[in-house]
Design a protein around this ligand. Sequence first.
Ligand code: BYC
Length: 316
Amino acid sequence: MSELERHFEATIAADHRIEPRDWVPEGYRKTMVRQIAQHAHSEIIGMQPEGNWITRAPSLRRKAILLAKVQDEAGHGLYLYSAAETLGADRGELTEMLISGRQKYSSIFNYPTLTFADVGVIGWLVDGAAICNQVPLCRSSYGPYARAMIRICKEESFHQRQGYELLLTLMRGTQAQRDMVQDAVNRWWWPSLMMFGPPDDASPNTAQSMAWKIKRHTNDELRQRFVDMSVPQAEKLGVTLPDPLLKWNAERNHYDFGPIDWDELKRVISGDGPCNKERIANRRRAHEDGEWVREAALAHAAKRADGNRAGKATVA
Ligand code: BYC
């Protein structure tokens, strides 16, 4: 083992953070870029299902809340692309990989948002799952990622509360509103469980990512934590989670739950979910429409750099 490898291993073993200028094995760099880029793409694509409801929010208050939430997601994408850049990735290339289908984003954003209750359920379940998955990432071994996660998690918990509060309001409304919430819960429950990724015995990356302390828990551990957290919240809300096998297991001290349709997850991840094509087409259009902004920003930066050089030359 080289001196550099020994230093890397010792940093991980001591639970210290890896920082951008530290030497890392190529596999660590690749895994980190993959995970951070997929995460960034998920935040940006994740703006679409809810963004769809901004113009149709039922009140000014709901509209302002939703606008703020969707803007937060854009911000999360930006912190994450910046974290990926500290590993030598190029943001433009990452975007190309997303819109050409070479890099993934979370399966959850390929499902449609059919009613305003979906906005509440996304906040409660999707952001709830995101928090469960991301709080341990605040202790991830890569410093810039772990630090970005701290702020992201704070904002996600606001998102989760706004969703739950929206649902509490709907549940105090008419029978039709309660039915709308139940219907949204029925559609989002299983896809939310799939967000945690394939089961541990079919997760190719987990063992190495745990050894490098990129991940602190396995996919199944976090999924179980999410189920345990959600059941009492569903009871309080007065909705039924669509799983007849969901049952408290006193021996395990956890809820048992029914089998997940892993073929559905595979289909959705490989591009064949209900909204994959629409999401990517929208992202591609936004990227193309934004070309003049990127060009203008680059021209402005070049002009300022020239100005700075000229200024320095005069001083010299
Ligand atoms: N969807 O070996 P595995 C958010 C991929 S943002 C799509 O277990 P790993 C939010 C996986 O990437 C939500 N792909 O992988 C935003 C891997 O790909 P490769 C996103 C999935 O990395 C806005 C392959 O399948 N959160 O919450 O050890 C509004 C094998 O899986 C999925 C993050 O990205 C999936 N569900 O574990 C509201 C968090 N699951 O190797 C909310 C950070 C797996 O074939 N990421 N894959 O390219 C992680 O924690 C981990 O990457 C995962 C997967 C737990 C997701």
